[in-house]
Ligand binder design. Structure first.
Ligand code: NAD
Ligand code: ZN
Length: 355
């Protein structure tokens, strides 16, 4: 059986495209009561971008903090805040920020139309009702969250996405100018998330021409961005992120992402840096990818934190291993149907011990 998957129907791309946001969403403002919720990374508080947000009438500016990656409890609290703000639902939600903010905006727009807690919907196709119209404006490039069908959340029991066709954005606005001011380390870690998506997709056993077409182009763009000098590197990285996301949509990520989930769940390490930390120990699985990744690190003078698991007790280590090995499709993609014989608990533990 082939998957029949949805893609984002509306895309606007280009430098300065943010100026058109008002125009792009105004068809939803059907009455004077209509209002939008702008979910904005609080890194932009008081910054020029914030003053460019096209707020109208009753619109709500909802600043969100992403020091911790999004939790289900946070989503539930934000939804409650919107419900308290006005008895009617907003006509749209616009997420402005990196992968975390984009995922928050996705989850909020879903939960405005679905009962219960966001934790109830962590999994695949559990969402019952379509989301409120939602729009993404990325300010970081690499995660592919702008085009993926998941909103990754840390819940009481697991870190797992709300995966559904309803999760997908209705509209994305890709303005490369918005990623110009990102600090170098963050730019690199989030960009490497994309590079690793490409390597894991292209080298996986689930690979097919659809995923390869996107993955190869994305990888090519990542090389231009991280190993060459181009004045339009921000444009390139935004498209690399989009293509990388499209590539994994029809395949899967692999060992690096599985291991990074363990680091994230137990140590709270963020996705991009967590992927970089794990990837650096995966020479055996991705020899060429890891060698090229190290060239990219050297070129941008990036040094990764080490000895992260030193001093962790056995229970925490075991939890990390269990989290990583629980991501069965990722291992199947990476190592094939006999993955469990290859990536044993001992080998996984050994990898974590070295990190
Ligand atoms: P992020 O959104 O977590 O942001 C990282 C930091 O950069 C934050 O401190 C943020 O405030 C700051 N920031 C954002 N934009 C900035 C800008 N323009 N200038 C300066 N600072 C800025 O980082 P990310 O790497 O984009 O996203 C990681 C998140 O994405 C994780 O929560 C991960 O789970 C999620 N993710 C989702 C998907 C998906 O398909 N839904 C895929 C991969 C990762
Ligand atoms: Zn990723």
């Amino acid at each position: 059986m082939y998957r029949n998957f949805r893609i984002v129907p509306n895309i606007i791309f280009g430098r300065g495209a943010f100026n058109q946001l008002d125009d792009v969403i105004k068809h939803k403002r059907t009455s004077s009561e209509s209002y939008f919720v702008f979910v904005v990374d609080d890194a932009f508080t008081g910054q020029p971008l914030e003053s460019r947000i096209p707020l109208k009438g009753r619109d709500l500016l909802l600043r969100v903090n992403v020091d911790d990656e999004p939790k289900t409890t946070y989503i539930d609290a934000l939804v409650k805040q919107i419900r308290t703000y006005h008895f009617e639902k907003p006509v749209g939600v616009v997420g402005i920020g990196g992968g975390s903010t984009m995922d928050i905006a996705k989850a909020v727009s879903l939960m405005l139309n679905n009962p219960g807690s966001s934790a109830d919907y962590q999994g695949w196709d559990l969402i019952k009702f379509p989301a409120v119209y939602h729009v993404a404006v990325p300010t970081l490039a690499g995660t592919g969250a702008e085009i993926s069908r998941t909103a990754i959340l840390t819940g009481p029991e697991k870190k797992l996405g709300i995966n559904s066709d309803f999760t997908l954005y209705d509209q994305i606005l890709l303005d490369p100018d918005l990623i110009a001011g990102v600090p170098k380390e963050q730019w690199f870690y989030t960009g490497m998330d994309c590079y690793i998506h490409d390597v894991e997709s292209l080298q996986g056993t689930f690979i097919n021409e659809f995923s390869r077409a996107y993955g190869e182009k994305s990888l090519d763009l990542c090389r231009q961005v991280f190993l060459q000098d181009h004045p339009d590197r921000d444009d390139k990285l935004m498209m690399a992120s989009y293509f990388g996301g499209m590539s994994i949509a029809y395949s899967q990520v692999g060992a690096c992402h599985a291991l990074s989930y363990g680091l994230s769940y137990v140590l709270g390490i963020h996705h991009g840096i967590g992927c970089c930390i794990a990837f650096d120990y995966l020479d055996e699985i991705y020899p060429e990818g890891v060698a090229e990744f190290r060239q990219m690190m050297a070129r941008h003078d990036i040094s990764l934190p080490r000895n992260l698991t030193k001093g962790l007790d056995q229970a925490a280590m075991e939890k990390m291993v269990t989290t990583a090995l629980g991501l069965v499709p990722l291992w199947q993609n990476c190592l094939g149907p006999d993955w469990a014989d290859i990536m044993t608990r001992e080998r996984t533990m050994e990898l974590y011990t070295r990190m």
